[in-house]
Design a protein around this ligand. Structure first.
Ligand SMILES: NC(=O)c1ccc[n+]([C@@H]2O[C@H](COP(=O)([O-])OP(=O)(O)OC[C@H]3O[C@@H](n4cnc5c(N)ncnc54)[C@H](OP(=O)(O)O)[C@@H]3O)[C@@H](O)[C@H]2O)c1
Length: 279
């Protein structure tokens, strides 16, 4: 049976396996509304926990609300640390609008806590900086939510190093979530800051949202050598690249979920790692 062999990382008082699961893909098309088969979505979530995933990422804006509801209905909130997010809202076109108003964030945190059916949110992340609201004002709302026990831990997302430093001035930041994968390392400086501070770095689009085309032969060669897929090699590279990476591959499929978790058992050779890193 596939099992999560990734090493562990401490998030606040909790210890989780570094390879997690991203629950954005269990909603309807364009991350709006319900999936075609809600029971299948709940099965993916339960299967994740059954094979050793104990760290699940979601957001109030996934659905909106659908991903968080399915997480509660699947009964996994006792078995996994659930990281959700606030600060983006969806309009009628499905656009993602940044909304960092402190009262809105507080409101959404209370909604998420209720929808997830938990006493306190394990980890609440500020989804993306809103240029119309000073970053420190929104982060202060997150700090207050933590002080009041509504959330246990605070994280940030879609940030540069300056945002991270500002956030750290106001609250203990335990995770950063930025776009990052073997083919897109724009946020290497943010990852390095996370390493320096011992903060978890959650690379989103860890398998390039299904497209790792730019990486080329290094992926194909390593995949052939390990009898693995390109996606698995991309995940193995993320786990090998830093001790603080917490990849959260997203999928609506049990087969892909098992394939992704099995990547935790792949050990790249030094040569494979170097070729992937330098591609
Ligand atoms: N903070 C942010 O702004 C932000 C933005 C985007 C995402 N996220 C988070 O990051 C998580 C991961 O991002 P993501 O889901 O967009 O991207 P991803 O994990 O890189 O890729 C997911 C896509 O790849 C496919 N896929 C996954 N595993 C596969 C496999 N083994 N073989 C073939 N195809 C595979 C999935 O399709 P199938 O469903 O068919 O498997 C899905 O379309 C999300 O779930 C979400 O929690 C955060």
């Amino acid at each position: 049976m596939v099992t999560n062999e990734s090493s562990t990382f401490d998030i606040g008082d909790e210890t989780v396996h570094r390879l997690g699961y991203g629950a954005m893909r269990i909603t309807g098309e364009n991350i709006i509304g319900r999936p075609d088969d809600e029971d299948e979505a709940r099965q993916v979530l339960r299967r994740a926990v059954d094979i050793g995933v104990d760290f699940v990422d979601t957001a109030d804006s996934y659905g909106p609300g659908v991903s968080e509801r399915l997480i509660r209905e699947s009964g996994i909130t006792e078995d996994a640390l659930v990281a959700t997010k606030a600060g983006l809202l969806r309009n009628s076109d499905g656009d993602w609008l940044r909304h960092g108003d402190p009262d809105y964030v507080r409101n959404q945190a209370l909604v998420s806590r209720d929808r997830l059916g938990v006493d306190s949110i394990d980890l609440l992340q500020y989804h993306a900086p809103d240029e119309d609201v000073p970053y420190e004002d929104t982060i202060t709302a997150f700090a207050e939510l933590k002080d009041e026990g509504i959330v246990d831990n605070v994280g940030v997302s879609n940030v540069d190093v300056d945002h991270l430093e500002t956030a750290r001035d106001h609250v203990d930041v335990v995770t950063v979530q930025n776009q990052y994968n073997v083919g897109n390392r724009e946020h290497e400086d943010v990852l390095q800051a996370c390493e320096e501070y011992g903060i978890g770095f959650m690379p989103y689009f860890p398998v390039g949202a299904g497209d790792l085309g730019s990486v080329g032969n290094a992926l194909d060669d390593a995949a052939a050598a390990h009898d693995a897929t390109r996606y698995q090699i991309a995940l193995a590279w993320l786990l090998a690249h830093s001790d603080v990476t917490l990849p959260i591959p997203g999928t609506s499929s049990i087969d892909h979920l098992e394939e992704n978790v099995a990547a935790s058992g792949i050990e790249l050779t030094d040569d494979e790692y170097a070729r992937l890193t330098d591609h």
